[in-house]
Design a protein around this ligand. Sequence first.
Ligand code: HEM
Length: 502
Amino acid sequence: MLYSILSAFNVQTVLIGLLVVLVVYKLRQRWKYNLPPGPFCWPLIGSYEVIQAKFLHEIFVKYAKKYGPVFTVSLGPYQMVVLNDINSVTEALVKSKADFANRPLIHSVHMFTEESKDIAFANYTPTWKLHRKIAGKALRQYLAGNRLEDVLHASMKKCLPLMAKENGAFNPEKYIDLMVFNILTAVCFGESVELDNPEFIRFMKLSKEANEMIGKGFVEDMFPIMYKVWTTNKYRTVAKTMNELISIIKRKFEEHEETFNIDKIRDFTDSLILAKKEAEYEENAEMLSQLSETHLRQTVFDIFSAGIDTSRVTLGFAVRYMAGLPEIQSKVQEEIDRVVGKDRLPTVKDRENLSYTEATLHEVMRLGTAVPVGIPHSTICDTRVGGYDVPKDTMVMINHWALHHDPRYWKDEEKFDPTRYLDENGKLGMKPESWLPFSAGRRVCLGETVAKPELLLIFATIMQRFKITLPEGTNPKVELCGSGGITIPAPYKIIIKERNII
Ligand code: HEM
């Protein structure tokens, strides 16, 4: 009895103490800095509305209307600054150089990335720079030009005939998954799988479950002390899932190490192993410490999973939009028939003549922004944006969704209109100012230059082969689903009709 009273008293004292420290800290911050305005947030808990929100981008748009494009909001004890228009985003990510190039320390993500040893969640350090450089070079080698065409055509030739067998209305998700999985698995591991391959099915299932749960966040990240005391069932489930996903990559990495031949570099994984061997040969101890097996494995995992997730979501949106927009679909198909014809698959060389098709894909990426609030940034030093101060180590979110729906830049912003991207000659013009699906600056998407041709060729190949419609009675409006981290189209069905068979 005495013990429980005493312990309750201790917990209360500690909590009140913490609260007082926090309030004093916040007042000091307010006094010292001219912070961006924002909604009322409870100490320790933050904004209840943000915690409750189905989609962060939506609640952020609501706050931006009230407080302006740069506002402050708290989630748990973490204060963050959210940027909602292209001016503030360009100022932070491009004009301020590396001021905003760090990543915040989110405990769950730190654990899942084996202590932030990947690229996407690592801080802006020499190790991050080295891995970004090696991975970028390998990506350009294995996911560009003829190699891209070869793996892409092989994947499409496997998937499209399977899809063609569908009679009546069906959900195309598993075929889209297989298309992108086989491209990334060929690039990273030099392999290709079938639709019923257990590893493919398991990887996709685990990865989607993890995305869904990670996107909604963990209560442990709001109160990190919990990691030392007790973790939720949800956290333990995701930790198990992530371990299984990483062990799949680990196994493949080890197989590659065992069969590595310096005279025959087979794929992305081999080129990372080669970078390590070169550092060993040069006895470059500093470089070797940055190229640990964990770092290399995490780089492969980043490329593999970032490449699959974003591509499958974007293509899912593309197919769904086309099914509900028959006129635009016909124009895309007219262009493909004219440029590519019916006797061969679209190639990288066709890209410059597939402007309407690419513009359609740009509009898909605008309206169906796959990563609506990007990956959180963090400030390296005290800095400024939009006329406000942003202290060192502040979490900064980029609301790509807000940029893509900003009525000051997009006339009739909800309308699907590919001509927004075309010049007077019908060619892809300058990138519209507020179109930024891949972000910008030091942490710009590493896959941007490879994702654009990859997605265009997959999309063009699907459109070349099938006329896609919605089952009768389906509302053509595209509804959103997903966890907040990644948005996906709400589950849908399509009906396909062969246009021509290659
Ligand atoms: C539709 C396709 C894609 C979209 C919309 C997209 C979007 C993004 C966004 C918004 C970021 C965060 C940038 C920031 O922090 O400001 C990002 C980062 C990243 N993306 Fe992509 N991405 C796509 C495809 C890919 C592909 C195909 C790959 C690899 C094959 C890839 C690899 C990465 C990596 C490694 C990062 C982390 C970069 C860093 O932190 O330095 N992405 N992407």
